[in-house]
Design a protein around this ligand. Structure first.
Ligand code: SF4
Length: 184
């Protein structure tokens, strides 16, 4: 007799990690925040035609303290970089970042002194989405890719990443070039 036949009906066996992953991926709340033309496509994705609420993303939050997803939609200027980092730091853990479009992912066509050459120089990125601009369908696909990543993440992985990030920042602030060589 199989195990499922011995159990009373109504029982569902799973693991804490699988349950947490399922809950987290199904309730991502993005921060309201767009930097350039890609933001227009992001806003369209939240509208009735593409309806990102179908995937648990009911509302874009005006406060980073109520958001757990940062969609970086557009190129990041050097002046905006510290602001972006501050918004990221204000978001509660666990949190995720999606780089939307080539500008956010790599600087794109703006290979110049004013633009950060990829937002991963400022915050850790979980999913990179190419395109100029990516269509709403592509953003939805990237969000589903992120869902998959969240579902299969081990509990505590964000905490480990935070510790590594704090260590990296501490090393980068160290005075000697020798210490800077230890950066990961
Ligand atoms: S990737 Fe294209 S659409 Fe998006 S911010 Fe850059 S130039 Fe604008």
């Amino acid at each position: 007799m199989g195990l499922e036949e011995q159990l009373p009906s109504g029982f569902l066996l799973t693991t804490v990690e699988a349950a947490a992953g399922w809950v987290r991926k199904a309730s991502l709340w993005p921060a309201t925040f767009g930097l350039a033309c890609c933001a227009i496509e992001m806003m369209t994705t939240g509208g009735p035609r593409y309806d990102s609420a179908r995937f648990g993303m009911e509302v874009f939050r005006a406060s980073p303290r109520q958001a757990d997803l940062m969609i970086v939609a557009g190129r990041v200027s050097q002046k905006m970089a510290p602001v972006l980092r501050q918004i990221y730091d204000q978001m509660a853990n666990p949190k995720w970042v999606l780089a939307m479009g080539v500008c956010a992912s790599s600087g794109g066509m703006f290979n110049n002194y004013a633009i950060v050459q990829g937002v991963d120089h400022v915050v850790p990125v979980d999913v990179y989405l190419p395109g100029c601009p990516p269509r709403p369908e592509m953003l939805l696909d990237a969000i589903l890719t992120l869902h998959d990543k969240i579902q299969h993440s081990k509990l505590g992985v964000n905490r480990v990443r935070e510790e590594q990030e704090a260590e990296r920042l501490a090393l980068s602030a160290a005075p000697t070039s020798e210490l800077k060589g230890l950066l990961r």
